[in-house]
Design a protein around this ligand. Sequence first.
Ligand code: DQA
Length: 145
Amino acid sequence: DKVLILNGPNLNRLGTREPDVYGRESLEDLKKRLDKFGNKRGVSIRMEQSNHEGELVDLLHTAEEDCQGIVINPAAFTHYSYALRDAIASLSIPTVEVHLSNVHARESFRQTSVTAPVCVGQLSGFGFLGYEMAIDYLLRRNDSE
Ligand code: DQA
């Protein structure tokens, strides 16, 4: 099993970027945490970050070859990138949208997501834990009731 974790623009600055909103842990801390979580769950985690829209589109396309699902934090692209939306919509594997902060409690421009409608669902406001919840969903989505 393999899951791709994609992080969008400015998330490379986690830890120092607006720590009151995003916390003091870095993207490297998130990677360590998700690697550990993946080991526990028996799934291999590939985590990428890019500040470039086209690179994120390319990474989405290639995930289809060997991943069973995608967890994406599109960061600011969430709010206006039709290119990311169309890339997600083109895939045959499920994508879950994650935000560290609760975007619905912030500025009004953050309350629109053009990407969430083509994702299975959105997790917002749960910090790093949201990524683990999204991975769990992807691993368990085919569980019978
Ligand atoms: C974010 C929320 C976005 O509105 C913002 O542009 C980000 C991070 C989050 O994880 O809370 O860069 O996606």
